[in-house]
Design a protein around this ligand. Structure first.
Ligand code: ADP
Length: 590
């Protein structure tokens, strides 16, 4: 049995079921106690001289009693199994749901620090251990205590001296088991960590096999994997050794007790102080506590594992979601699309310099704005802040003149649509991917097709055999990069939000397609704010305004023509890109 803040409440919640299980268990133990009595009565009736006090009626009675005892044991075992193991499944199901619920509230920062493989092992391996500890733990504890107390009481009734002698090896066993338990807990923690590392590694490798192959680094990857696997083997072997040593100790000490009973009991029988039937009964009672003794050692091992796993799960459940609503945040009902940055400086929680410095500009409702600048200049960070992926200082970022810290995060995000840089798509049909914003709601095909047309991907989709019902493989890998990007744009357009943010979302399409999409966006997003991060000047030159940033600072903000006229750095970038274009067309690449 394990206890901790995140599990205690479940003992209370399922107390009635667990109580029922414990009663069934004790009934089974009580019935089991009758078995040595029946053996004793039979032995008592056997007379080596040929005379016997056993009668047909008595034998019949003993058989009937044995049958009832066995029936009670079978039914009782069935009942406690259902109660204990059923509750364990319910507990882990609820814990899993709670963990997932908590995970969704954790910030992006948490997932950058904690790897997916490690989190996965919490949901699989560690929860399995909790399941085992909860069900088997209660069973073993109460079985050991119930059966142990009854057996020792019956043994003491027959011969208290022999009972005391037989407990001496148990005392040593208890000391050894306590020390070993601590060691096993440490080893189990290391084992889970090694497993997490493997699971991280495999998960990452599966995602980037194409890169590994392209760089012909398969052998290197295999070697790294082998190292992790070897380490996993080492810690597992260490745990198994500790476990085997514990089992050997238990077998040795239990065997020692039998030796004590046979030696001392045989001597007492020889002296005439003890009858054979009682010695058989005594051995019978002791046999019934062999399992509880084993159970105690298993319990110690299991508890050690369970505590290590619960500690890891608790670390996840205790992780504070750091991007949360302020105490007096109110939902924002309607958004027109005005966005204002007021002297905003931003540093990532684990960063050591300001990624954005003294950023100030205002986007009016309905404007479409291109954000341009070198890689690493802070473009994605800027739009991430609008989506409240990270915390921002009070009084620095406003949407429709509301400080973003005064409105609830969910309500703000509800008014924003987002096309992420990696264009992640779900393993689902194209239709469901595009209609993602609608969740379970039934969406008319025409609406989905319209969004796909606007994103210039409709013609590609209808060419697929299954059309909009085409099922995408994991991470949407069954379609090309450009199609994925445009599907991701269609998904965002489908949301019909007041603010649309596209993070480098036209990088995988050719300039002609880009032109079509930009033209469509102008018509379908008319009157609503659209922000497009881009690398090519051609993407942003026809937008209402261009925000040019460098090293986290706003260098210029205005129309393309204004920037060309007034901003030397921007003009330089335009000239550079035109030159590159000319060189590429001369080289026949365009
Ligand atoms: P851009 O979109 O212009 O390429 P980013 O906004 O992605 O630039 O990044 C701006 C800077 O912030 C870069 O120096 C980058 O290394 C850093 N950065 C980005 N994300 C994080 C993060 N999660 N933690 C710490 N630093 C980050």
């Amino acid at each position: 049995m394990i206890f901790g803040r995140h599990i205690n409440k479940y003992y209370l919640r399922y107390s009635w079921v667990l109580l029922l299980g414990i009663l069934a268990l004790l009934l089974v133990d009580l019935a089991q106690m009758r078995i040595p009595e029946i053996y004793g009565t039979i032995i008592d009736g056997l007379d080596p001289a040929g005379k016997t006090n056993l009668s047909v009626e008595l034998v019949f009675e003993l058989c009937a009693e044995m049958f009832i005892v066995i029936a009670i044991m079978v039914l009782g075992r069935c009942a406690w199994r259902l109660c204990f193991f059923g509750s364990a499944i319910r507990v882990t199901t609820r814990m899993r749901a709670k963990m997932f619920d908590h995970c969704k509230d954790l910030s992006q920062q948490y997932y950058q620090v904690n790897k997916v493989g490690n989190l996965m092992s919490l949901f699989t391996n560690d929860l399995d251990t909790i399941d085992e500890c909860f069900g088997d733990g209660i069973l073993m504890l109460f079985d050991a205590v119930g059966l142990g107390v009854m057996a020792i009481y019956n043994m003491a009734r027959l011969n208290w001296k022999m009972t005391l002698f037989s407990m001496i090896p148990m005392f040593f066993l208890a000391i050894i088991a306590t020390i070993m338990g601590k060691y096993e807990m440490k080893k189990w923690g290391e084992r889970q960590e090694a497993y997490s590392k493997i699971s991280d590694y495999v998960q990452e490798s599966f995602s980037v096999f194409a890169v590994i192959k392209a760089f012909v680094k398969e052998a290197l990857e295999l070697m790294s994997f082998k190292r992790l696997n070897k380490n996993n083997e080492k810690v597992n072997v260490a745990f198994t050794k500790a476990s085997a040593a514990m089992n050997a100790c238990v077998s040795f000490f239990v065997g020692s007790v039998i030796t004590v009973i046979i030696g001392y009991g045989g001597w007492e029988v020889y002296k005439g102080n003890f009858v054979v039937a009682d010695l058989i009964k005594f051995i019978g009672y002791f046999n019934t506590i062999t399992w509880p003794v084993m159970a105690v050692s298993m319990l110690i091992e299991m508890t050690s594992r369970g505590r290590a796993s619960l500690k890891r799960i608790s670390e996840l459940l205790d992780a504070k979601p750091d991007v949360v609503d302020s105490a007096d945040a109110k939902p924002i009902e309607e958004v027109k699309g005005k966005i204002e940055f007021r002297s905003l400086s931003f540093r990532y929680p684990d960063g050591d310099y300001d990624v954005l410095e003294d950023v100030s500009f205002v986007i009016q409702p309905g404007e479409n704005v291109g954000i341009i600048g070198k890689t690493g200049s802070g473009k994605s960070t800027l739009v991430d802040l609008i989506l409240r992926t990270y915390n921002v200082p009070d009084g620095t970022l406003f949407v429709d003149d509301h400080d973003v810290n005064d409105v609830t995060i969910a309500s703000l995000r509800r008014h924003c649509a987002y096309v992420p840089q990696d264009n992640f798509l779900f393993s689902d049909t194209l239709k469901n991917n595009i209609a993602f914003a609608y969740g379970e709601e039934e969406v008319a095909d025409e609406l989905v097709e319209e969004a796909a047309r606007m994103a210039d991907v409709h013609d590609n989709i209808v060419e697929f055999k299954e059309g909009y019902q085409t099922f995408l493989g994991e991470r949407g890998v069954t379609i090309s990069g450009g199609q994925k990007q445009r599907t991701s744009i269609a998904r965002a357009l489908m949301k019909n939000a007041s603010i649309l943010v596209m993070d480098d979302s036209l990088s995988a399409v050719d300039t002609k397609t880009e032109e079509v999409i930009l033209k469509n966006l102008r018509s379908c997003r008319a009157g609503r704010t659209t922000l497009i991060i881009a690398h090519r000047v051609s993407t942003v030159e026809r937008m209402d305004k261009v925000l040019f940033i460098e090293d986290g600072r706003v260098v210029a903000f205005g129309t393309h023509a204004e920037l060309v006229e007034n901003c030397a750095e921007y003009r330089h970038m335009v000239e550079l890109q035109e030159l590159e274009k000319e060189e590429a067309s001369e080289g026949g690449i365009a």
